[in-house]
Design a protein around this ligand. Structure first.
Ligand code: GLC
Length: 640
């Protein structure tokens, strides 16, 4: 059961699609929550055993207890556990109080929200927002899974990616031209490693201008797209939020002419800098501007493109013209002064504060629901509305096709239009573990088509990290190897153990029917594809604390190895299960293990899958790409 409570004058964020009549709260209590309007806080006293779930893409664990999470979409490539915000804001919480009772709530607010979950006081969960204008949806059901189901009924059906988007994708920031991309295709082909997508990062564009293709680097782009497709490979270009300021560039000129860019108080468009240099930000919150920008994707879909990734849409700001002027002014003041050590740190702080500066997010405005709104008040909606603009345009312009779409920044509601990738992680073992923990939380909030940069984006990967990361990522719907400019090359053909890599990717393809069916079920039934063990084994206290094993679909549990130089790991089984140790889709051994703790061997090339009692896993015969998969051709069935 869901009840809605309205405080102040909330904006309609677009997150909720179901019509729920507002209830007037009786006093300060809403179920288990206490609302303190004076201090702009909602509190819940957490019993010692209470577990807190939700919040989608964040740092730290599946159980969110013990940290301060701040919904404030931020371009931050340092996803360390000391951070409070990443790229997304999903203000949905599930409380399992440890005595069999549970409840959930959704705090619908487009600006900054703080979730202090036992951070300031170990038993106090406090939600606060500077503007206490919000709708609160309070959800009471018998289990966390039913709370998820009710919540997702409220926010609408999750995005469905095309089947081919469940294939493997190779990406790297640095592929410059058609021949770089052909080399990727040919190298995979030579080793017989399946591949469905090659991603095109910003270098495909002309001077990083959205909806352009550099004609020197890609002389006949349409023919190139066709040629790749003939090999079963789709090209997936990136689209960035900022539009380059350049006279004669049609997107810029049209945006100016129609007044579609975000403006400052004085009515002039904000000038910020991102990859293209100086840009304006389209006002995606203004429906006319959103329609205009969404229709631009047609430039590329008309050339045969079938998928996109939306980036830099927090929006990321390297600097604004105004703030840079202020900084230079300050520098002028201190230039000839003798700096003491604090003066030096002040100077350094000034420089470090240039990008993504909070003041800059207060400098510009949107036309939102016909009203002028300062950006910071609706900050967390920006990436959502960019992706919504694209998704709605595909519904208009590409009716006969499913277009792949995912975004870096997100908010509740965006899950109806696209998936997410978890942004600029690092090639660190700890980020493989973070990836494992992020997936179920994303699934709770309806982001089913999701995944991380496999192998890690920043810093140098290693062969063993890549192998273990793939061992997990073969289960994530979005399955992409992506890395940053300047880091070690990490296409699978760069490493020595190419045969092991081939076996792992083939196993993914053998699993595609399972993954696709289970994801589709999660989408259609408002369920979850990745679940924490505690959601199914609620009375099992041990299972409640396990965060490095996940349930995958209805039949399987996985226990990835996420530490270097390990040839096995401890696994806890909440019931008897059949262990399948895969070396390839046809080379595996099985063993029945009883409920309890086990040390399980897993060499670098081995992947552990556990089949739950009364369940089975059917594998299909892999193929070079999904278009060539015969989903009904059974390669093996393993039952327990
Ligand atoms: C951002 C994206 C990353 C991309 C890079 C260059 O950092 O998160 O995926 O490679 O920009 O476009």
């Amino acid at each position: 059961m869901i009840k809605k409570y309205v405080f102040g004058k909330p904006m309609d964020t677009g997150a909720v699609v179901a019509k729920v009549k507002a209830t007037v709260p009786e006093g300060s209590k809403i179920g288990e929550l206490t609302v303190d309007e004076k201090n702009k806080t909602i509190t819940y006293i957490m019993p010692p055993k209470a577990r807190i779930y939700g919040l989608g893409e964040t740092v730290r664990g599946i159980n969110k207890r013990g940290w301060l999470y701040i919904s404030n979409n931020t371009d931050n490539p340092h996803h360390e556990e000391g951070k409070h915000s990443l790229y997304a804001s999903q203000n949905f919480i599930i409380v399992d109080n440890g005595d069999g009772k549970c409840f959930g709530f959704y705090f619908d607010h487009p600006g900054e929200v703080r979730f202090d979950i036992g951070f300031t006081k170990s038993d106090v969960f406090a939600v606060s927002a500077e503007d206490f204008d919000f709708s609160l949806y309070y959800i009471e059901e018998d289990s966390p899974l039913e709370i998820v189901k009710s919540f997702r009924g409220l926010v609408g059906k999750s995005y469905e990616a095309p089947l081919w988007a469940y294939g493997y994708g190779q990406s790297r920031w640095g592929y410059k031209n058609a021949s770089d991309i052909r080399e990727v295709r040919d190298s995979y082909k030579k080793l017989g490693i399946p591949l469905d997508m090659i991603y095109m990062d910003i270098d495909y564009m002309q001077d990083f201008k959205d909806f352009t293709v550099n004609p020197e680097r890609f002389p006949d782009f349409e023919a190139f797209v066709r040629d790749m497709k003939a090999d079963g490979i789709r090209l997936i270009p990136i689209i960035d939020a900022g539009v380059k300021i350049e006279k004669g560039y049609d997107v810029y000129e049209e945006g100016i002419k129609n007044d579609f860019f975000c403006k400052k108080e004085d009515g002039t468009p904000l000038v910020a800098a991102v990859w293209p240099g100086k840009v304006h930000f389209p006002d995606f919150l203004n429906p006319a501007a959103a329609k205009w920008f969404g229709d631009k994707y047609k430039v590329l879909t008309d050339m045969g493109i079938e998928g996109f990734w939306n980036d830099m849409n927090e929006p990321a700001i390297f600097y604004t013209e105004d703030h840079l002027k202020e900084v230079f002014g300050e520098l002028e003041n201190i230039k000839d002064k003798e700096l003491d050590i604090w003066g030096f740190f002040g100077f350094k702080g000034l420089i470090d504060s240039i990008n993504n500066n909070p003041e800059d997010y207060r400098r510009f405005f949107h036309e939102f629901n016909g009203v002028k709104v300062r950006h910071d008040k609706v900050h967390n909606l920006y990436g959502f509305y960019m992706t919504k603009a694209a998704g709605e345009a595909f519904e208009r312009n590409n009716k006969d096709k499913k277009i792949l779409l995912f975004s870096r920044s997100s908010f509740m509601g965006m899950h109806r239009y696209g998936g997410v990738w978890t942004g600029d992680n690092m090639s660190w073992w700890s980020h493989l573990l973070l990836n494992i923990k992020q997936m179920p939380s994303l699934n709770m909030t309806g982001f089913i088509y999701s995944g991380a940069d496999t192998g890690g984006f920043g810093s140098d990967t290693t062969e063993d990290l890549m192998m273990r990361w793939l061992g997990f990522s073969i289960f994530t719907p979005l399955f992409r190897n992506h890395s940053a400019l300047g880091t070690r090359d990490q296409e699978l053909y760069r490493f020595e153990r190419s045969n092991d890599f081939k076996n792992i990717i083939e196993l993914r393809y053998a699993l595609i029917p399972y993954i696709y069916v289970e994801c589709t079920k999660a989408i259609n039934e408002n369920g979850m594809y990745f679940k924490p063990l505690s959601f199914e084994y609620r009375d099992d206290e041990r299972a409640g604390e396990i965060e490095d094993q996940l349930l995958v679909g209805a039949h399987l549990m996985i226990a990835p190895v996420y530490e270097q130089n390990k040839t096995g790991r401890y696994v806890y089984l909440p019931e008897d299960m059949k262990l399948v140790r895969f070396r390839s889709y046809k080379d595996f051994d099985t063993e029945v293990l009883t409920k309890g703790d086990h040390y399980v061997k897993a060499e670098l090339n081995e992947i552990l899958v556990f089949i739950r009692k009364g369940h089975k896993l059917t594998l299909t015969e892999p193929a070079a790409c999904t278009d060539r998969l015969d989903m009904d051709r059974c390669a093996a069935t393993i039952e327990f």
